[in-house]
Ligand binder design. Structure first.
Ligand code: C2O
Ligand code: CU
Length: 480
């Protein structure tokens, strides 16, 4: 890590100088050069305690063993696919704990490669975050490591390696961590659907050419086999009248999903693990790599015998993701308000505020040389990890970040250990009423986000198109 750049100060200094030049006689012009800043304490006040920094420890410790090893599983009927797995399962374990519990994971690496586990979206102590070169040494083949932490938020999270992720996640290393609160037990079913695509060969093996030039020129590796929970024909059985909580998790390297549940009443109640301010319809919600969406779905009481098909509409070839099959006798629909977080700040006034850090999403043009694997190197502010500047976020204050996508590709940007809220896209105020840990920045789009960092330390920050990250589109942000 090198020089610490604090863009605010530079920018403010220039503003002051400009104003200084105009100050005699042209006061009106001078003041119009000032941005319409809402004071940071006012914005901080609006945030209040929207998410808390303390959790009431239940005293319970949930201990889980995870071993990573090569195995064979059936993804496409009748074929055995060689994978890298957590505990021999694709997807890996679905760990469920209660908010306040401590999770202790005894992890053993029996892969032919070094690895780590990163707990995506979980506000863990920095040393548990699993990023080599930032938080921990890679775990060598044959070695073990204990991850132990008490999540501060209830919600839908997932975990995956942070070593050669483009290969290791594609080979099958991912699982989910569900932190339950009281309301999650009120649903008649609480189900996880992991959306993943795999690029397979003719014999249904995982194509061993990772991070190709083509993947880099495009939006990463998009597979030709699309799975839900590791199978191409996922079916969920429900009874008429049920109210289910369905947690969608996108673990794909590059693919974005735009799912539709047809005529089923499906409301988004949480994004990236955190409850939204007000439940809203799923329609047109893009689920980018890394994102999670929790749905509250009511199965009509008169639908016995029906099958609801769930399609993805992101690409031109719409395809069926899964089916919801209604059978059996009708049950009384659980009746309770949508679980929401009314404390989420609007921050509508923040749209004119100064940007604290600006990230240009671009390609690396240093050295004039060839990029990775005959493709290009993706970069942030023209720098590739680990040769990047350090960026600082002010602890417990409102910070404004800007992403300027200077390319024609997608970049779902993910910040570890923090949640942020989108305040504008291309200068237009955003109506997103929720926090995120990953935001999809579209080609040539400028997205501004506001964040109150409550977790100190150095955190990884990268594009969640894993090939882009692998080629260098990652840096670190220090919260202090
Ligand atoms: Cu899913 Cu660095 O993260
Ligand atoms: Cu990217």
């Amino acid at each position: 890590m090198q020089v610490i750049i604090k863009k605010t100060n530079l920018k403010k200094a220039t503003n002051l100088m400009t104003i200084g030049l105009f100050v005699v006689g042209v006061l009106v012009v001078g003041s119009s050069l000032l941005t319409n800043n809402v004071s940071s304490p006012a914005l901080r006040g609006e945030f209040g305690n929207a998410y808390s920094n303390v959790v009431n420890d239940s005293g319970e410790v949930v201990e889980v063993g995870i071993r990573a090893y090569e195995d064979e599983v059936e993804i496409v009927n009748g074929y055995k696919t060689k994978v890298w797995s957590y505990n021999g399962e694709i997807p890996g374990p679905e760990i469920r704990i209660n908010l306040g519990d401590t999770l202790k994971v005894n992890f053993t690496n029996n892969l032919p490669d070094e690895t780590t586990i990163h707990w995506h979206g979980v506000r863990v102590p920095n040393a548990m975050d699993g990023v080599p070169g930032v938080n921990q040494e890679p775990i060598a083949p044959g070695d073990s490591f204990v991850y132990e932490f008490t999540p501060k938020d209830a919600g839908t999270f997932w975990f995956h390696p942070h070593v050669r992720g483009a290969e290791q996640v594609e080979r099958g290393l991912f699982g989910t961590l569900i932190v339950e609160d009281k309301i999650s037990k009120e649903y008649s079913q609480d189900v996880v659907w992991i959306l993943d695509d795999i690029r397979m060969t003719d014999t249904y093996q995982i194509d061993p050419n990772f991070v190709t030039g083509g993947d880099l020129m495009h939006d990463g590796r998009w597979g030709n086999v699309i799975t839900v929970n590791g199978t191409i024909n996922e079916q969920l059985e429900v009874r008429p009248g049920e109210r289910i909580r369905l947690r969608l998790v996108n673990t794909s390297n590059g693919r974005v999903y735009l799912p539709s549940f047809g005529s089923l009443d499906s409301k988004i109640i949480a994004v990236d693990g955190m409850y939204v301010k007000e439940a809203f319809d799923l329609d047109n919600f893009e689920i980018a790599p890394g994102n999670r969406v929790d749905l509250d779905i009511k199965i009509p009481k008169d639908s016995s015998g029906k099958t609801f098909k769930v399609y993805d509409y992101y690409t031109r070839n719409n395809y069926q993701l899964a089916e919801i099959i209604v059978t059996g006798s009708t049950i009384e629909t659980p009746d309770f308000d949508y679980p929401v977080n009314i404390n989420i700040p609007d921050w509508t006034d923040a749209i004119n505020n100064d940007v604290d850090i600006s990230f240009k999403l671009n390609t690396f043009s240093g050295n004039g040389g060839m990029g990775m694997m005959g493709g290009i190197n993706w970069a942030i502010n023209n720098e590739v990890f680990p040769d990047n500047s350090d960026y600082i976020l002010k602890y417990n204050e409102v910070n404004i970040l800007e992403y300027k996508n200077e390319s024609f590709r997608l970049h779902p940007m993910h910040l570890h250990g923090q949640f942020f809220k989108v305040i504008s896209r291309n200068g237009v105020a955003s109506n997103e009423n929720y926090f995120r840990d990953t935001v999809l920045v579209h080609p040539n789009e400028t997205v501004r986000v506001a964040i109150v960092p409550l977790d100190k330390g150095e955190w990884a920050h990268h594009c969640h198109i894993l090939e882009h990250a692998e080629s260098g589109m990652m840096n670190t942000i220090v919260v202090k």
